[in-house]
Design a protein around this ligand. Structure first.
Ligand code: PHE
Length: 341
């Protein structure tokens, strides 16, 4: 009778193990049969009603069934756990066919690009880059560049005054003076950065950028200046472009010349950009006025020099055919994206 009971229990337990669909259900089967109050545990109580001879046989049988139960349980557990892990992996798997969430890469601002390109070209002639403060002492922006107080030349550049002795620099030429102050000739330097003038229309910004070059050496002539700038224009705008120098005036250069290059858009034939003249003005230049050199304690004529200054927005407008200077500070990505490398 009791043996039959054990067999029945075993059958029930095995079929429940088989039927369990997940490890939590399976664990409930374990609790039901071999737990503290489990049915296989409880059956031991039947021993009390058995004879002395039957008891050990009965005990042995129960233990056998328990151990078979344990084996079947572990095997099923292994199967279910593997199944569950596989299901989990599948549920959490990445769908590589979905489009990724891209963060839009930035582009180098055209002003920065043009600056870097100019530096690269001029570095081949031995120039290296300097910067200076945007708030300048009156001395560096004007005095040391031979523009004394009340000199009419100050009217050429409408100045933002910070206080009576400090200005927002109106050009990058003060960087020349910082270099002459600190460094010993021979010198070939570029100075670049933002400059400020009280001016604003379709071709002028109150805050624009310049790049300045200065060469100080033992014998420097207009021929050196013209050769260096012509080289630069051909490298920057294109090999066929001509350079033209027109007499001009700057207090810090003598003689001075305005630099024009043949229009890179129409190649000199005449178009809207060059106002039908075939030429485009790109900046100012000249031999450094001896007063500037001597004022910075550079001995002249032992050392002589030339300098030039270009507007970077202007260079970019010419190179890329941009119609309005105000595009540069607006930061409209539709404009900026066109300058992707
Ligand atoms: N600093 C001058 C300007 O801003 C340009 C210039 C630079 C002219 C160097 C001559 C030499 O107008």
């Amino acid at each position: 009778m009791s043996y039959q009971k054990i067999e029945n229990l075993k059958e029930q337990a095995f079929s429940k193990i088989k039927a369990a669909q997940n490890s939590a259900d399976l664990y409930q089967v374990k609790v039901e049969f071999t737990g503290k109050n489990g049915r296989l545990t409880e059956i031991m109580k039947d021993m009390a009603g058995l004879s002395k001879e039957e008891r050990p046989l009965f005990g042995k049988k129960v233990n056998e069934v328990k151990s078979e139960f344990e084996d079947a349980y572990l095997a099923r557990e292994k199967t279910l756990k593997t199944q569950e892990i596989n299901q989990k992996i599948q549920a959490e798997a990445l769908d590589l066919s979905l489009p990724g969430s891209l963060s839009a890469p930035g582009t180098i601002h055209p002003i920065q690009r043009v600056t870097e390109e100019i530096c690269q070209i001029m570095s081949r002639l031995g120039y290296s880059l300097r910067t200076g403060p945007m708030i300048e002492k009156d001395y560096y922006n004007f005095e040391a560049l031979n523009i004394p107080a009340d000199h009419p030349a100050r009217d050429m550049q409408d100045t933002f005054f910070v206080d009576p002795t400090h200005v927002l620099r109106t050009h990058t030429s003060p960087i020349q003076i910082h270099s002459l102050d600190r460094e010993k000739p021979p010198l070939r330097i570029l100075g670049t950065g933002p400059v400020f003038r009280c001016d604003s229309d379709i071709s002028h910004l109150p805050n624009f950028h310049q790049i300045e070059g200065m060469c100080v050496d033992r014998q420097v002539s207009m021929a050196d200046l013209k050769g260096s700038i012509s080289f630069f224009v051909r490298e920057f705008f294109g090999p066929g472009l001509k350079t033209r120098f027109r007499p001009s005036f700057f207090p810090f250069t003598e003689p001075s010349a305005e630099v024009d290059c043949s229009c890179p858009i129409c190649l000199g034939k005449g178009c809207a950009l060059c106002k039908q003249s075939g030429w485009i003005e790109i900046g100012g230049s000249g031999l450094i006025n001896p007063k500037v050199l001597l004022g910075s304690r550079v001995s002249y004529p032992e050392w002589q020099g030339f300098a030039f200054g270009f507007g970077i927005e202007r260079m970019a407008i010419i190179k890329y055919g941009i119609d309005d200077i105000r595009h540069f500070p607006e930061n409209d990505v539709r404009f900026l994206r066109q300058f992707k490398i």
